[in-house]
Ligand binder design. Structure first.
Ligand SMILES: Cc1cc2nc3c(=O)[nH]c(=O)nc-3n(C[C@H](O)[C@H](O)[C@H](O)COP(=O)(O)OP(=O)(O)OC[C@H]3O[C@@H](n4cnc5c(N)ncnc54)[C@H](O)[C@@H]3O)c2cc1C
Length: 593
């Protein structure tokens, strides 16, 4: 059976031993109160909530799914009560702005909580995660009046939030969206249009649903520069701020889909629904990006959380299931077969899963810390550098976590053999639930284009060069560390490969306009592999002193060696593919496909 335990020991290792997040928090006034004891207590409570409240609803949520009737959507049994408890225990306000009722906790802590949410019940996770993103966007861009009206109720969990971008004819290319907003004399707008695939667009968990909607004003310029952002509640707030009169937005239907059955995916029809502008006219897309960047990291964590759940379940199974004898001779003389875990191929699969998960957890924490510096640091230079790093690594995190997350879930299913394909074991649910994370929040192809186009080529490779310089700086500071010395040469080779390929692609692009588009996904994979090599080296450097938990640290070193010997070498073949250019991709005429 599938199992899930929050990987607390590894989470605390990454936070406290690898990155010394406590020192960062103590250095910034707004995060000073997050002491190591408080952070530990939050993680432990989060583990109890996700293991005890959410994971038990995961399987049933998949079996029952959501149901639409006459515009109303019911979520699976248990979701509503669980959401109430979840909100009452303060989980919906963890990172919220304290001025409006949030708890102001750092992102480097909440990424670990979000991983637990996705690992235990990814369908449930999407409701609060979308709400958090909506809060972040309102907090950054809405007027004071709108913030007062919406944020306290969203933080308290009484209301939830959505993100309404996609329309039937436009997903990636938002410049061609058709939804319209007509100004009223009282400062409000009438919003009309059809949005599809809206996560949490309608459900029975909260008293009100607050939609953040992209639409065009009558005088809008064409393309993405003509998009504005509106807040459109399902129920209009009354004079006391409670959910009052019904607004002109209806859920036309929900989608029947491959996975995340407990998450409602809705068609929303806006028909002169009353809304209010968030931010400046025609500046909706940059404002929405505040939400989308947050969601991209969170959706990345969907891949990571599910990969962890799949790994734990596969380890359990590999210990229990008896098949064949070890190549080293009988290991289990009391039975006529040895457990799966003795076999080389099973160990290869388990180690691959673990190396992806632990590398991913380290990257999530690193990006979380950069987000904290960007938000809370009072030093403009630190802030600017952190913003650049977040911009560079967000598409990598989203795409690499979710691609490797699906790989990991498929490997976990493989460890179960035929039982992995059978519903009751739960392994196929992880695969189905992980698949969507590669598609929504901007497909992974689009994340890769963001990395190679906006974050790499547009500034002449400067962000990448700064990143490489930081890795080299770290390596030079570790010259005396015996463990790092063992991996200094492959890490330096990895960094040099990334540098060379980056330079080569920019040169190729001058003559071959399609080379960046055609190389983006492979470049993102290379970037991810090199990044994980650095983070594995950092974890191994922190594991080396074996401070009181020898087994854990020894295992960390062993998995790290596996990463360097068995996984990083994929970077060399990717580099060769990337250096080969785009001729083979663009040569075939469209009619010849
Ligand atoms: C379950 C689910 C939940 C969702 N939740 C939400 C939500 O809450 N809110 C919301 O607004 N949307 C949501 N979406 C929509 C989702 O974000 C879009 O489906 C996604 O962004 C892709 O858009 P599309 O489906 O229109 O594909 P298209 O844009 O048509 O893309 C099709 C393919 O072409 C590729 N492609 C497109 N343009 C280019 C290019 N220039 N160069 C190279 N390749 C390109 C894409 O990568 C993709 O592989 C959800 C979707 C699903 C299925």
């Amino acid at each position: 059976m599938a199992v899930y335990k929050a990987p607390l020991r590894d989470m605390k290792f990454v936070l406290n031993e690898v990155f010394r997040a406590d020192q960062l928090w103590a250095s910034m006034p707004d995060t000073r109160e997050t002491t190591p004891d408080l952070a530990d207590a939050i993680l432990e409570e989060a583990a109890k909530t996700t293991e005890g409240l959410l994971f038990p609803l995961n399987r049933q949520g998949d079996e029952q799914g959501c149901h639409w009737h006459d515009g109303e959507v019911t979520t699976p049994d248990g979701f509503k009560d669980a959401y109430k408890t979840f909100a009452e225990n303060g989980w919906t306000s963890l990172t919220g702005n304290p001025e409006y009722g949030g708890q102001g906790m750092p992102k480097s802590l909440s990424v670990l909580f979000e991983e637990m949410l996705h690992g235990s019940n990814t369908s449930f996770a999407l409701y609060p995660i979308l709400t958090n993103g909506a809060c972040l966007c309102l907090d950054a861009h809405a007027s004071e009046e709108l913030k007062q009206q919406y944020l306290p109720r969203l933080y308290s969990g009484e209301w939830s939030g959505t993100m309404c971008l996609t329309e039937p004819h436009c997903g990636t290319d938002l410049g061609i969206l058709r939804s319209k907003a007509i100004p009223n004399d009282d400062g409000s707008y009438n919003v009309s249009g059809t949005k599809i695939f809206i996560t949490g667009g309608e459900h029975d968990l909260t008293d009100n649903i607050v939609h953040l909607v992209l639409a065009k004003l009558p005088d809008a310029p064409s393309g993405t520069k003509g998009i504005s952002l509106f807040v459109v509640p399902k129920y209009l707030p009354d004079a006391d701020g409670n959910a009052g009169e019904r607004n002109g937005v209806q859920c036309g239907s929900i989608e029947h889909k491959m996975g995340i059955q407990g998450s409602s995916t809705c068609v929303l029809n806006f028909d002169d629904a009353k809304g209010w502008l968030v931010g400046e006219p025609h500046q909706g897309l940059p404002a929405m990006f505040t939400m989308m960047n947050y969601e991209r990291l969170s959706i990345g964590l969907q891949g990571l959380g599910l990969g962890e759940a799949s790994y734990q379940s596969a380890v359990d199974y590999a210990r229990e299931r008896l098949q064949g004898r070890s190549a080293h001779g009988t290991q289990n003389p009391d039975s006529n077969a040895d457990p799966l875990i003795v076999h080389g191929d099973i160990r290869r699969m388990l180690l691959t899963m673990r190396a992806w998960n632990e590398g991913g957890r380290a990257l999530a924490s690193y990006v979380g810390m950069q987000l904290d510096m960007a938000k809370f640091s009072d030093d403009p230079e630190t802030q600017e550098k952190a913003e650049e790093r977040v911009a560079l690594l967000t598409p990598v995190a989203k795409a690499f976590f979710t691609d490797r997350g699906l790989d990991t879930c498929v490997i976990g299913q493989q460890v179960f053999g035929g039982h992995g394909y059978i519903r009751e074991w739960g392994m196929e649910q992880f695969v189905r639930d992980a698949r969507i994370a590669q598609i929504y929040e901007g497909t992974n192809g689009i994340q890769a284009l963001d990395l190679i186009g906006r974050k790499m080529a547009r500034n002449g490779g400067q962000f990448v060069q700064d990143y490489i310089a930081d890795i080299r700086q770290w390596l030079s500071e570790q010259a005396d560390n015996a463990v790092v010395r063992e991996f200094a040469a492959p890490l330096e080779r990895a960094v040099a490969t990334l540098e060379e390929v980056t330079h080569s692609l920019m040169t190729q692009a001058q003559e071959h306009p399609n080379v960046l588009n055609a190389s983006a996904v492979e470049y993102t994979d290379l970037f991810g592999l090199v990044t994980y090599a650095w983070l594995w080296a950092r974890m191994m450097a922190a594991a080396e002193p074996k401070s009181g938990d020898g087994d854990f640290h020894d295992a960390k070193l062993t998995v790290g060696r596996f990463y360097f010997q068995k996984m990083l070498p994929r970077a060399w073949s990717l580099a060769e593919q990337l250096q080969a250019g785009d001729d083979a991709i663009m040569a075939l005429g469209a009619e010849a496909f």
